[in-house]
Design a protein around this ligand. Structure first.
Ligand code: SPV
Ligand code: MG
Length: 295
């Protein structure tokens, strides 16, 4: 008898907890989620920063939870890779989390990351940003509300500690992370905006917990996967905003060239073909439906 195929949630839990470092690429819509899976990423990061940027608004609790939830549902439908939803602060207190979490689970995502900032949040990497943290017992209550609301035990609740981002130091970051593990978090995301990885590396070295750690090496891009894997305590690396930055860079280049050239005659050959885009739209599946059902 063959083993049953694990669910996408179970696959994600295994990716997070087994000794091999998993990698997630940011995405802000179903197409970017599909491209991340196509490139071989283990998971897709449903980034609040990217979704906000794609609406041309700051990542500061400006978009509604429904906008985020609807996009996560569409991404999970399009991507074969598990989706990790970035639910920011949980859009309120523990009560908001209790009501929202089942909706994220029903939307088909495999995990949420919830951060210990107060609502409304400010984005983490902004110089001089407003980084106010929730009280520890309050955030523990939010983690517990998320865990109590989940239906599938393989659905992961990842607690994100912003103490280093808020400049509160290692002792506070370690104490908070330990408190979040005690509340039942499946993993701890430790975020830093220092341009050298030292701060995060010191945290990882001092971490005594059993929960796997999650890193987001945006500010310190020199830290490579092989170095993170060697640390032994990190289960997942998230590339937090590289899809939107790639999209902005590519669109700027092409748009400028078209203006400069006075037409699309030069850029045409450089771009993916229309057929390539149609393939990403699932043209083959629709042709099959046409063949079977259109009479
Ligand atoms: C996001 O991508 O929305 C994140 C990561 O939360 S960061 O923007 O670096 O805080
Ligand atoms: Mg975010």
């Amino acid at each position: 008898m063959t083993d049953p195929v694990p669910s996408r949630n179970a696959r994600f839990r295994r990716l997070l907890t087994d000794p091999v470092l998993a990698h997630a690429m940011s995405a802000h819509n179903p197409l970017s989620a599909l491209l991340a899976a196509e490139a071989g990423f283990d998971a897709v990061w449903g980034s609040g920063f990217e979704l906000s940027a794609s609406h041309a608004v700051p990542d500061a609790s400006i978009l509604s939870p429904v906008q985020h939830l609807d996009m996560m549902r569409a991404m999970a439908a399009a991507s074969p890779a598990p989706v990790i939803a970035d639910i920011d602060t949980g859009f309120g207190n523990a009560i908001n989390v209790a009501y929202l979490l089942p909706q994220y689970e029903a939307a088909g995502v495999s995990a949420v990351v919830m951060e210990d900032k107060t609502f409304p949040k400010d984005t983490s990497l902004r110089a001089g940003g407003r980084q106010e943290l929730a009280r520890v017992p309050e955030f523990q209550g939010k983690i517990e509300a998320a865990l109590a609301a989940r239906r599938d035990p393989d659905f992961c609740v990842i607690a994100r500690c912003e103490a280093l981002i808020a400049g509160l130091g290692q002792a506070e970051a370690l104490a908070r992370a330990a408190a979040y593990e005690e509340a039942g978090a499946d993993a701890i995301l430790i975020h830093s905006k220092q341009t050298a990885p030292d701060e995060v590396l010191a945290f990882v070295a001092a971490w005594q917990g059993r929960a796997p750690l999650v890193l987001v090496p945006t500010a310190y891009p020199q830290l490579r996967e092989r170095d993170i894997q060697a640390l032994g305590k990190v289960g997942l690396v998230i590339y937090g905003n590289h899809a939107i930055r790639a999209a902005v860079g590519a669109m700027r280049d092409v748009f400028a060239r078209i203006r400069r050239d006075g037409g699309v005659h030069e850029v045409n050959a450089m771009l993916p073909t229309v057929g390539d885009i149609m393939a990403l739209q699932g043209d083959a599946a629709m042709r099959e439906l046409e063949r079977r059902f259109l009479r």
